[in-house]
Write a protein that binds this ligand. Structure first.
Ligand code: PLP
Length: 398
């Protein structure tokens, strides 16, 4: 006899970490695997800026080790409000901001308050998996809208329109996108906001990669539309190199009171989970208000790594990729015939090339199929080794 877990938990999938088990098997036999599956810059050669580390250290030494407020540390929410105003011309008060344990918790709380059985969330196809899996967890249905690979993975506006139903609760935008690296243009954002406005739907905007772009500046939908109700999720993990500290935030941007009950429900959930890390929140004040010079260095290094990776991939027979304009992922297409699935391809590359990628179908079974995702966070010499491994695996008989 075995205890039977719930179907909703058994259905939770996260392809980005699911393939670590077969990688560990190979590592156990003494072979080094280059892991390019997880989007964590701190796991590579990007280090948390010194002044941010010091602020965390000081916050602990000064005794900020108790529980904090459920909605977040007030001074941090003030700094976030200033940041939103400066970056996106988005004027929000601290009462509209909630600090969470990473965006990840923000997604859980938001969809917990938004999605009931049978409700639908329009998500980009492909997309960052938790938006789909958490929607399913709450009995809802993620409905992917097409993004057009030949046009740099920009959103297909007609497809968005055609997928709206009576059960649609919101339209999700993730720009810069994970896994495609697409940075949505202002006219596309304006059109998505118009569609949302016509149907009385809020827009959810995940902006975690907003500072990591390579030439095309990020535009927030909150800058483009001032009247469509919006829930903005952002976080410190990537831009401030604190992935393990788990601090993010959610902004309810709403002029007409349309989101007030949703925000109340969100806050009820937030109180039930107590608070985000107290000392880490204080350190994030220093992150927002202190020097930002690490970002310039980071973007420069990432651009070089992106250019190298894209060139190598496009030189390979059977692989093609559009250059990402933001974030730190490439999402190449597997053109070579004969593969059973993208997962089969990724497992083959792991076994014969000793590089760990993520299968594209983990980001959407339709729009991600026959693709794979790689980070380009590693230094060029490591990316070179990984690309050599991929080439070797492509030459190895299946
Ligand atoms: C689009 C997107 N949103 C959110 C997250 C998670 O962010 P956090 O570390 O703030 O939970 C990620 C992590 O990869 C991401 O790619």
């Amino acid at each position: 006899m075995k205890f039977k877990p719930t179907a909703r938990a058994a259905g939770m999938e996260y392809a980005i970490r699911d393939l670590v088990l077969p990688a560990r098997e190979i590592e156990r036999s003494g072979t080094r695997v280059i892991r390019l599956n997880i989007g964590d810059p701190v796991a590579f050669d990007f280090d948390t800026p010194e002044h941010i580390k010091r602020a965390m250290f000081d916050a602990v030494l000064e005794g900020n080790n108790s529980y904090g407020d459920s909605e977040g540390y007030l001074e941090l929410r003030q700094a976030i409000a200033e940041r939103e105003k400066a970056k996106n011309s988005n004027s929000v008060g601290t009462e509209s901001i909630v600090v969470t344990t990473g965006i990840t918790e923000g997604i859980q709380l938001l969809l917990g308050a938004m999605v009931d059985n049978g409700d639908e969330l329009l998500v980009p196809g492909p997309t960052y998996p938790p938006y789909s899996s958490v929607t399913r967890y709450y009995g809802g249905k993620p409905v992917p809208y097409r993004t057009i690979e030949e046009k740099g993975w920009r959103p297909d506006l007609d497809d968005i329109r055609s997928r709206i139903s009576e059960r649609t609760k919101a339209i999700l935008i993730v720009s810069p996108n994970n896994p495609t690296g697409a940075v949505y243009r202002e006219n596309d954002l304006r059109e998505i906001c118009n569609i949302a406005g016509e149907h009385g739907l809020p827009v959810i905007s995940d902006e975690i990669y907003d500072m990591l772009t390579y030439g095309t500046e990020h535009v927030s939908p909150s800058r483009v539309s001032k009247d469509v109700p919006m829930v903005i999720l952002n976080g410190f993990s990537k831009s401030y190199l604190v992935t393990g500290w788990r601090i993010g935030y959610v902004v309810f941007r709403d002029s007409g009171g349309y989101l007030s009950d949703l925000q109340d429900a969100f806050l009820k959930e937030a109180r039930a989970r107590l608070c985000a890390s107290n000392p880490a929140q204080r350190a994030m004040v220093a992150a927002l208000r202190g020097p930002q010079t690490h970002l310039t260095r980071m973007v420069k290094a990432l651009k070089e790594r992106r250019d190298y990776t894209v060139r190598r991939l496009n030189e390979m027979d059977g692989i093609s990729v559009t250059a990402p304009e933001g974030a730190f992922y490439v999402f190449p297409r597997i053109d070579a015939p004969g593969w059973k699935s993208d997962r089969d391809f990724v497992l083959h590359v792991l076994k014969h090339g000793h590089v760990l990628f993520v299968n594209g179908s983990g980001f959407d079974s339709q729009y991600g199929a026959m693709h794979f995702r790689s980070v380009f966070l590693a230094p060029v010499d490591v990316m070179a080794e990984a690309m050599d491994g991929l080439e070797k695996a492509l030459r190895t008989a299946r």
